[in-house]
Design a binder for this molecule. Structure first.
Ligand code: SAH
Length: 250
């Protein structure tokens, strides 16, 4: 059952303190989560990282260093961002850590899921949050205090582990008849194609884009599209452009 946690990855964005990366690796190891991805960490291989990892060296050795968030999420089907604040200006699906754990555990049977953690001082930007399907928040007694990032990772990995141990899978494992959900990469290519088409057809004014693409992301995020559905929509977009859709085309 806990092998489902192999489908969970932890993404840390622009982490400043190398010690936090070590503590995060230790937290992950204790919960059976192995896949760590680091987006442009400030310093990574310092003695502090290793000391605080306290034996979780395999997680550090296998950590993937990425140049941007998109690269870190390339093979993920479902992305959950973490936020130290419950109220954000962004009207995105939100849940608490316990609900988040259940949500993640259900998907882990057949999907690669990412939990994304922000910078120690400033968290994640709104545009980074928009790349995620939902936001998860650990409710705290005082909203003006924030949790240490490794503590937040510990807690969320614990909730995912408990939910994996306790819940029966709601989404059946992939069978021949079931279609694969779209990966983050396929969705990002789709949004790029959609934006280009909307500009070409003059529905979207690039000088005054307002919140259109954000709303599109929210709408299509709710649809949980499969790879085939994304291809179908891209075929439609290409036909509006008077072109033929070839996969990897935008
Ligand atoms: N001042 C920043 C705090 C960032 S804390 C802000 O308001 O966003 C660094 C990271 O730790 C956050 O980006 C998030 O990934 C995680 N984190 C801290 N507290 C959290 C909480 N209560 N719930 C979920 N994640 C939290």
């Amino acid at each position: 059952m806990t092998e489902r946690l192999d489908n969970l990855c932890i993404v840390m964005v622009h982490t400043s303190h190398p010690g936090n990366i070590g503590s995060a690796a230790r937290a992950m190891k204790t919960m059976g989560v192995k896949d760590l991805r680091l987006v442009l960490p400030n310093r990574f291989n310092s003695p502090e990282t290793k000391a605080l990892a306290s034996g979780a060296d395999d997680i550090l050795d296998n950590a993937r260093i990425c140049d941007n968030l998109r690269e870190a999420l390339v093979d993920c089907h479902y992305v959950m961002a973490t936020s130290a604040r419950s109220e954000r200006s962004l009207p995105w699906p939100q849940m608490n850590a316990r609900e988040g754990g259940v949500h993640v555990a259900e998907r882990l049977t057949s999907q690669k899921v990412a939990l994304v953690f922000g910078r120690e001082r400033t968290g994640l930007t709104n545009s980074e949050l928009e790349h995620c399907h939902a936001l998860v928040h650990i409710p705290m007694a005082f909203d003006f205090f924030s949790l240490n990032i490794a503590a937040a990772i510990q807690l969320l990995c614990y909730e995912c582990r408990m939910a994996v141990l306790q819940t029966h899978p709601q989404i059946p494992p992939l069978g021949a008849e079931q279609e694969l959900p779209a990966t983050h990469e396929a969705l990002e290519d789709f949004f790029e194609h959609l934006e280009n088409t909307l500009i070409e057809t003059r529905y979207l004014d690039p000088e005054h884009p307002r919140l259109l693409m954000r709303r599109m992301r929210r709408l299509f995020g709710r649809a949980a599209m499969t790879e085939n559905e994304v291809s179908m929509l891209r075929g439609m977009l290409a036909s509006f452009q008077g072109r033929k859709f070839q996969p990897r085309d935008a």
